[in-house]
Design a protein around this ligand. Structure first.
Ligand code: 5GP
Length: 185
């Protein structure tokens, strides 16, 4: 069965660093570049971080059945996993790595794919807020939306195979690397 690794975590939890650490350590792992309708951040590159599209293009892709899963993660901000991304990775004999939200993760058919799901937790909501402030990518409003979402998502972490607290980044990376190594066998 084709393998999928899902990393789910609130923004500011260190997830991107952990995903990059895994990608550097496993040659046969491929990051799934999602489609999104949210605004591109300055440092982001279309096709590398996300496939940026407008809502009409996103909805056309839904109609055409081009998504393996998608969610309206924030009001009017859609995110989705394109089937084309996943198939290209599998054709290349790679394991695909998803960075998706809780609901997207729960929607993935466990009997169709071999799935490993990992939830990364920040040590506390206060720490998360401070990390987002330090990152400086959010307005007050989007920061509050992200904090609220993180609080809601925590409730669902029990449905994941593993829940890892990122209080020390290096330690979290090491633990997740072991888990992935075992799943890759
Ligand atoms: P950000 O805007 O910070 O890049 O991402 C916001 C949230 O959208 C994150 O929780 C991220 O995991 C989620 N997300 C990114 N891509 C996808 C996707 O393809 N599907 C779903 N369901 N969520 C996604």
């Amino acid at each position: 069965m084709s393998k999928i690794i899902i990393l789910t975590a609130p923004s500011g939890s260190g997830k991107t660093t952990i995903a990059n650490h895994l990608l550097q350590n496993f040659d046969n792992l491929k990051f799934s570049v999602s489609a999104t309708t949210r605004e591109k951040r300055d440092y982001e590159i279309n096709g590398v971080h996300y496939h940026f599209m407008n809502i009409k293009q996103f909805k056309d892709n839904i109609e055409a059945g081009n998504f393996l899963e998608y969610q309206e993660v924030y009001p009017n901000q859609f995110y989705g996993t394109l089937l084309s991304e996943v198939k290209a990775a599998w054709d290349d004999h790679k394991v695909i790595l998803f960075d998706i939200d809780v609901k997207g993760s729960l929607n993935i058919e466990r009997d169709m794919y071999d799935v490993l799901s990992i939830y990364i937790k920040a040590p506390s909501i206060e720490v998360l807020r401070q990390r987002l402030l330090d990152r400086g990518t959010e307005t007050n409003e989007s920061l509050e939306k992200r904090i609220q979402k993180a609080t809601e998502e925590l409730e669902y972490s029990k449905y994941f195979d593993y829940v890892i607290t990122n209080d020390q980044l290096e330690r979290a990376c090491r633990i997740i690397k072991f888990i992935v190594q075992d799943f890759m066998k």
